[in-house]
Write a protein that binds this ligand. Structure first.
Ligand code: ADP
Ligand code: MG
Length: 575
């Protein structure tokens, strides 16, 4: 947690102000009982009205100043703490954005959300509390003890007896609460996970009538969090009463003992009242420290979870010294590439070699799970090869800045993802500065123009979160337009035509010929019809290249390809 608190550094000036104000406030608080003792003792001397008014005015002034400082301190400490929270969330988000695809999967979306929101808040709250007591509590405790000793050493003994009692009680409560607090974070994580799955999978849940089952699952997680929260709060609820009990017991003993001593003429009333005040201040300081220590373990658990994310070193990085700048031609070579997902037992790709030249369309075909998506994901470096090289324009992709590399690639993912906003804005994700004309042209090539023009709002029509107000085929076509508008050197269509009917698929591919002229085009598909016109077809089988060639060559020479073709022939697709 200390490591995280380093993030308050930019707020050093504010922090100094907070601590100074807290210091002034503590001084005021320590001074007040003294003045009160004075006024009481003078009050007993008849006729000294002026002096009483004088001291009274001073008390008022000190009280007002003290309160002002207290308000100022909490105002500025809130600023520091919320600023800290903001920086922390920013850091987390930045880091998450830089993680490679499978590093991202390792933590999981639900947990990343909890870590960015709830966990950050926990740490932030402890920071507020720490700032509130860092100066005040020690000053009040130590100053209080010293000053009450100076008032009356006898009465101060009450404190010697009572502080250990309070400390033990507080310690016992804490020991019970701390593990529960730590469990809370894990249970909230679980709750978010179930909620996240329930919301993103809502269609599947409805279709398979799993609503009741999901409700039960959510309920379990929900009840679990609730039970822990109740248990923890029960314990914490004991804090206040035990504090007040000790305070009141202390007051009674001080008044009891004090009354006797005043009666015997050994002490003045003012001194007793001052001792009473100091005792309460001291106990309150002890209480504050405990309250912070109750919060610290929970926040420490949160801090550890945050650090887990901040400490992940992104495994796809810019090279220290880039060997080349922008991609100019778009020649792509796979040189004996082997890739294995971390945690997988077998490589998803082994010994893959082939070349794709500018102006060529290279199709990649193979059954599901044969490694097609994995293969094309290596081009924009979603992850890096385990062995071999992916070379673009003669330079290993790892030796180019990610920005330069990705600027040259128009990538259409297998599952089209759109963002909330307008259709035009979604297409411009590919190229911010694209003119309306360019957006329209890209949509035209992607065969999206027709349905977009038919929408009431045209290109300004809204796309809902995740594009749920569009059909699968419409989303795919917008995702294609988004890639095309980039004017890239390399285009990757990962099974991007699967949701299109055969006629649209054919028209799209014909339009692509001109829309991607001069670029290197990768088309991933499972349909022979989609790949047969390609300049070169790479047949993948279980992560290995089973054959490379044109449609005619492969029909003649490649058993795997023939098998796929035969299985689809009956569909009238390979006519
Ligand atoms: P295709 O696109 O040809 O259907 P993929 O490239 O998606 O196939 O997957 C190839 C193999 O890699 C499959 O066996 C799949 O189970 C595995 N795989 C895909 N993604 C991951 C991942 N993120 N982690 C582990 N294994 C994966
Ligand atoms: Mg795939």
């Amino acid at each position: 947690m200390l490591k995280l608190f380093r993030l308050v550094r930019p707020f050093r000036a504010l922090l100094t102000v907070v601590l100074a104000l807290a210091f002034a406030q503590s001084l005021a608080n320590l001074y007040l009982p003294r003045l009160m003792a004075d006024i009481v003792d003078h009050g007993i001397v008849p006729g000294d009205t002026l002096r009483i008014l004088e001291i009274g005015a001073l008390m008022l002034l000190v009280a007002v100043l003290g309160t002002g400082c207290a308000i100022g301190a909490s105002f500025f400490s809130s600023r520091v703490a919320t600023g800290f929270g903001r920086t922390l969330r920013e850091r987390l988000f930045e880091r998450v954005a830089r993680l490679s695809v499978h590093q991202f999967d390792q933590v999981g979306t639900a947990s990343l959300i909890t870590r960015t929101t709830n966990d950050t808040t926990q740490v932030q709250q402890v920071l507020i509390m720490l700032l509130g007591m860092a100066v005040t509590a020690p000053m009040m405790a130590i100053g209080g003890v010293v000053l009450s000793l100076s008032q009356d050493a006898q009465l101060a003994r009450v404190l010697v007896a009572i502080i250990p009692v309070l400390s033990i009680v507080l310690f016992l409560i804490m020991r019970g609460a701390v593990p529960l607090f730590q469990q809370m974070q894990i249970k909230i994580d679980r709750l978010n996970l179930v909620l996240d799955e329930g919301l993103t999978g809502v269609r599947v849940i409805r279709a398979f009538d799993r609503g009741a089952h999901e409700s039960r699952r959510f309920d379990e997680a929900n009840v679990d969090v609730t039970a822990t929260a109740i248990a923890v709060n029960r314990l914490v609820a004991l804090l206040m009463p035990s504090l007040f009990l000790t305070m009141n017991l202390t007051s009674v003993s001080i008044i009891w003992l004090g009354a006797g001593r005043i009666d015997a003429g050994e002490m003045q009333v003012g001194a007793m009242l001052a001792s009473l005040q100091y005792a309460i201040q001291i106990l309150f300081a002890v209480f504050m420290v405990t309250a912070v220590f109750v919060m610290v373990p929970r926040a420490a658990a949160s801090a550890a979870r945050i650090n887990e994310v901040l400490d992940v070193v992104p495994d796809v990085n810019d090279p220290v010294t880039p060997a080349a700048g922008e991609v100019t031609t778009g020649l792509v070579q796979f040189d004996n590439v082997t890739f294995q997902y971390s945690g997988a037992e077998e490589p998803a790709l082994s010994g893959v070699s082939f070349t794709a030249r500018p102006g060529e369309t290279v199709a990649i075909i193979g059954g599901t799970g044969s490694g097609k998506s994995t293969l094309v994901g290596l081009i924009p470096r979603f992850y890096d090869v385990n062995a071999g090289r992916v070379i673009i324009d003669g330079v290993d992709v790892r030796n180019r800045r990610l920005e330069d590399l990705r600027a040259a690639i128009g990538y259409v993912p297998q599952k089209a993802v759109l963002f909330s906003g307008t259709i035009a804005a979604n297409i411009r994700v590919g190229h911010d500065a694209a003119t309306d004309e360019e957006v329209r042209r890209a949509a035209g090539v992607a065969q999206a123009a027709e349905f977009v023009d038919a929408l009431p709002g045209g290109y300004e029509s809204a796309v809902s979160q995740g594009g749920t107000n569009l059909s699968g085929g419409q989303k795919q076509r917008l995702a294609i337009a988004r890639a095309l508008v980039r004017g890239a050197r390399i285009f990757v269509f990962d099974d991007s035509f699967s949701a299109l009917d055969f006629a649209t698929d054919a028209r799209l591919r014909a339009a692509l010929r001109s829309g991607t002229a001069g670029a290197t085009v990768f088309i991933v598909s499972q349909r022979i019809g989609t790949v047969r016109d390609a300049d070169r077809i790479v047949v993948l089988d279980d992560g290995r290249v089973a054959g490379i060639g044109t449609h005619a060559e492969l029909i003649r020479d490649c058993a795997v390809y023939r098998e796929i073709a035969d299985s689809q022939a009956s569909l009238g697709d390979v006519a």
